[in-house]
Design a protein around this ligand. Structure first.
Ligand code: ACO
Length: 361
């Protein structure tokens, strides 16, 4: 089977799927490396050198994955100029849902007043947004939905052991969202390829809860994230490099054709190593983890929203997205950029502003 025949490139003549809106929302509370120096044995220098992270956002008591996700969704709907009532389906990538059930997607559906929409969550840890996005895109391409809202929303601060310096310096909270709509051959915007992979035999490298979860001394509550950072690092570089190369080939492209890569924002050194392996110059790789840390499923849509606002993508550009996380689960996707509205006037008032101020773009 040649790459073009692969199961993850849309068949010829399949309806085109366009990303027509993007938005994100983060809590206003900033937690700096300097503050962490006062709570665990670490230094700003160690965190910055080893991860590239300088600060992260932390949800307040009135915020949750659904409130952040709702605010991000409102911004994305405004950017697409689509009413909540016209959305057919809401798919939320999250590993920190508000509760076991109802789905965080259903809470967001209610908050938005998206009365016609179905709603469900998907969990692929830090690869959750690409899992949600590939699902939403299949619905549009297959004719099951005309307009889909895909959201990555996380409150990682709630599953971090704040006494564990191996993990607590890495994670942050936030949400990002995109609107998907059916397109035509005469306008830019299409899903070009995607690759989703998992190796559950390596679950013990990165997990939260479950039968293997140890009781963590001195930390009431939980479950908390447990991570073998060094091995996750190695796996992430290899897996994302391979998935990216595969997705680019499936799309019938070369790495030189990729205008912008928006990778999962876990660690600047992982991103640099993947870019080196692919031969992607640094100026074509978007990072914002210095300000947000690892927001898991939210990291790609937050970065995409910022990249769009900064004018880093033009209609017709080929965008490469990469993700890796617990599972292990990872993936890559190539999308032809449709072009979206951004900037002042395209953003609704955030829903949770009264209790906990949000920043929405
Ligand atoms: N401050 C100071 N020292 C620290 C800290 C800290 N915050 N954390 C660990 N150290 C120490 C370690 O104890 C170790 O000390 P030792 O040599 O005496 O044992 C030393 O620093 C080096 O530790 P390493 O783990 O080898 O450091 P490394 O260079 O690998 O960086 C890091 C650690 C940042 C965690 C890196 O391995 C990483 O980013 N891993 C991948 C994370 C990731 O991608 N996760 C996936 C997504 S998450 C999800 O799916 C939910």
């Amino acid at each position: 089977m040649t790459p073009a025949d692969g199961p993850a490139s849309p068949p010829p003549g399949a309806p085109r799927v366009r990303i027509t809106g993007v938005g994100h929302a983060v809590p206003s509370r900033i937690l700096t490396n300097a503050e962490l120096e006062r709570t665990v044995e670490t230094t700003d220098e160690w965190i910055t050198e080893r991860s590239g992270i300088r600060e992260r956002r932390i949800a307040g008591p009135a915020e949750s994955s659904s409130t952040l996700g709702t605010a991000a969704a409102r911004a994305a709907l405004a950017s697409a100029d689509v009413a909540a009532g016209d959305i057919d389906l809401i798919v939320v990538g999250t590993s920190t849902p508000d509760g076991v059930f109802p789905a965080t997607a259903s809470r967001i559906q209610d908050a938005l007043g998206a009365r016609r929409a179905g709603a469900f969550d998907v969990n692929a840890a830090c690869a959750g947004f690409l899992a949600a996005l590939s699902t939403g895109m299949q619905f549009v391409a297959g004719g099951g939905a005309r307009r889909v809202l895909v959201i990555g929303a996380e409150t990682m601060s709630r599953i971090v052991d704040w006494t564990d310096r191996n993990t607590c310096v890495l994670f942050g909270d936030g949400a990002g969202a995109v609107v998907l709509e059916r397109g035509t051959a005469s306008e830019p915007g299409a899903l070009e390829s995607f690759v989703m992979r998992s190796d559950g035999s390596l679950a013990s490298l990165l997990y939260c809860g479950g039968p293997e979860a140890p009781a963590i001394a001195g930390s009431p509550g939980g479950p908390y994230i447990v991570m073998d950072g060094r091995n996750v690092f190695r796996q992430a570089v290899t897996a994302m490099s391979q998935a990216a190369a595969e997705a680019v080939a499936l799309a019938g492209l070369r790495v030189a054709d990729i205008a912008l890569c928006v990778p999962h924002q876990a660690n600047a050194r992982i991103i640099d190593a993947v870019a080196r392996n692919l031969g992607l110059p640094g100026e074509r790789v978007f990072t914002n983890l210095d300000r947000f840390g690892n927001t898991s499923s939210a990291s790609i849509p937050i970065a995409l929203s910022e990249a769009t606002a900064q004018g880093r993508l033009r209609p017709g550009d080929h965008l490469l997205m990469l993700a890796f996380g617990g599972g292990l689960a990872w993936g890559a996707m190539v999308v032809e950029w449709a072009g979206v509205r951004t900037g002042p006037g395209s953003v609704d008032a955030p829903v949770a502003r009264a209790a906990e101020p949000l920043e929405v773009r």
